[in-house]
Design a protein around this ligand. Sequence first.
Ligand code: IPE
Ligand code: IPE
Ligand code: MG
Length: 255
Amino acid sequence: MTQRETDLRAQLAAGEVPAHVGIIMDGNGRWAELRGLPRLEGHRVGSESVRAITTAAREVGVKALTLYAFSAQNWARPGDEVEGLMELLRLYLLQERPTVMENGIRLRAVGDLDALPAGVREVLNDLARDSSANDGMILTLALSYGGREELVHAARRIAEDVAAGRLRPADVDAEAFASRLHSAALPDLDLCIRTSGELRVSNFLPWQIAYAEILVTEALWPEFREEAFFSALLDYRKRERRFGLTGAQVRGTIG
Ligand code: IPE
Ligand code: IPE
Ligand code: MG
């Protein structure tokens, strides 16, 4: 552990950390291309970052970590890249089992999971089931996930419930809507990190991101490790979250 990492850890231990952190893990392909390596090698090293960040998040007391691992739109990538990613995902789920269980992590997934290859679905379901009683940290993988797709699905469920007389139009409120999302169990995001410098959210959790603090780092995902993560958590602490109020209201200096 570097001196800087030790210092950051000590600072983190002394105050608030965001309860729910979401990460758009981007830049694997560029990381590999910059080194003249196949893109898949970037995804492989990226899975090592997943391991490092998951353990680090658990250690510093993050309650929920949601990782954007594969979007609904990523299916349109070249077939060999998609296949390679699915195999890496399967291996990750197999290899991570001990870490997940030893650290009391509860693993879940959100997205169109039926679209995943059976081999991936199986190991995913096994680990989700076996870790379901763990109460250390909830690790959610957004897989085959698309925010718009999810919103449309929820709207359809609302329409069906109204048409069947189970729900009155006047009762369609934020709560009724949120409860029909695939990601209904996920709380609002407090901090959303995106690696690789891109200033966009790429269809990630539109409902939960509404009031998230956003942090974009130039680091590419395979090189995003503990030190960068801890710096991001400390940066979050400096933010003033106002939720539409004035600064004075939030600081309690006026009613
Ligand atoms: C993120 O890295 C991983 C996935 C989207 C699956 P990319 O593969 O998007 O890497 P870049 O953006 O091409 O560098
Ligand atoms: C977002 O990255 C999806 C994941 C990190 C899984 P992309 O690389 O797919 O996003 P765009 O295409 O640059 O918006
Ligand atoms: Mg990308």
